[in-house]
Each structure stands twice: as structure tokens, then as C-alpha cells.
Design a protein. Structure first.
Length: 186
């Protein structure tokens, strides 16, 4: 997607479900960020591991700085993309926790109304399918607009998602679906 010079870029907040600095999913997120189409900016959000597990009384009394930083990083985004592996047949707790914090205050959270998609890789035959389904369900309940077709799972048993052209095209298709769904930036 190319936008005119008078428009603001479409901003996509990227939540990585793996905390490992050299994780394949982080590398996929960074590759997408570096190869983003003209007029699209991907912000890979760091610090998810610093956020305590969501607990309503903690949020009401003194919201932790890391949770405030997460909300402030996602609030101005036009869309949200989760890039995540699968842990024990579901999404990693760090991703679920981020969605929990972004869902509050209920109905007005930083994720509310934003187009949401999910991609990722895992060394299982299913490629993260269940984690991606769970992430979509959680984001939908949190108020995000889960975009039909904005999901791509990839097993890394036989391919390298960083170099495989077909895999990269599928990941970019998800990115394009989010951009196409995001409100026009002006």
C-alpha cells in the first residue's frame, strides 16, 4: 500500500509472544518491520516481560509503569499484530497478559476497536494454529476487530520463515489485510 505524502503512515503495534531476544518469532517481527510497505510503520513493542500479571485491584490502585507504557505504545496504533509461537497448545502467557492489560478499562482499552491479526512460527506440525486461534479469541473479547484472513501459521520443521518466499508472502498478506482494514490515516 502506498499513501500520499500528506497522509500519516499506518501504524501497527506488534506484540511478540516470545521473550527470548533471539526467538524466531521476534526475528519474523523485525523482518516485517524492516520490510514494511511504504506508508506503513511497525512498532515492535518491547517490555512485555516486565508487566505483572493483570489483577484488577493492582490496576485500580497504582497501575504499574510497564503496563502504562504498553497502553501508551498501543493506543496511537491503527492496528495490532501478534507474532507468536505456541506453548503447550495455546498462546504464551506473556501475550495473553498483554491483551488483558490492553483490554482495560473495559470497552475503552488501547486495543478496543483496532484491527487485529496474528502470525507466527513454531517447530510443531501445526505451526501455532491453536495459539493463533486463542490470541484471536482473546483479542476479540478484549474489544479488538479480528480481521478475517489476518492469520498465518507456519511450522518451521521444513522451512525457514525468514528466507522462504511463500511464507514471507503469507505474512505480508496478513500485514496488508490489517492495513486495508485500518482506518485511513490523515
Amino acid at each position: 500500500m502506498t499513501i500520499n505524502a500528506a497522509s500519516k503512515p499506518t501504524r501497527i503495534a506488534v506484540l511478540v509472544g516470545s521473550l527470548r531476544p533471539d526467538s524466531l518469532n521476534r526475528k519474523v517481527a523485525e523482518r516485517l518491520r524492516d520490510d514494511a510497505p511504504d506508508g506503513v510503520v511497525l512498532d515492535v513493542i518491547d517490555g512485555l516481560g516486565e508487566i505483572p500479571f493483570y489483577e484488577e485491584s493492582l490496576d485500580a490502585a497504582d497501575t504499574p509503569a510497564a503496563a502504562i507504557a504498553l497502553r501508551e505504545a498501543v493506543a496511537p496504533a491503527d492496528a495490532v499484530l501478534a507474532v507468536t509461537p505456541e506453548y503447550n497448545g495455546t498462546m504464551p502467557a506473556v501475550l495473553n497478559n498483554a491483551i488483558d492489560w490492553l483490554s482495560r478499562p473495559y470497552g475503552q482499552g488501547a486495543i478496543a476497536g483496532k484491527p487485529f491479526g496474528v502470525i507466527g512460527t513454531t517447530p510443531t506440525p501445526y505451526g501455532g494454529k491453536w495459539a493463533h486461534e486463542d490470541a484471536q479469541r482473546s483479542a476479540r473479547i478484549a474489544g479488538a476487530n479480528v480481521v478475517d484472513g489476518a492469520v498465518a501459521s507456519q511450522s518451521v520443521i521444513d522451512v525457514d520463515p525468514l528466507t522462504d518466499r511463500a511464507v514471507n508472502e503469507r505474512f505480508h498478506d496478513v500485514l496488508n489485510a490489517l492495513v486495508g482494514f485500518a482506518p485511513a490515516a490523515v
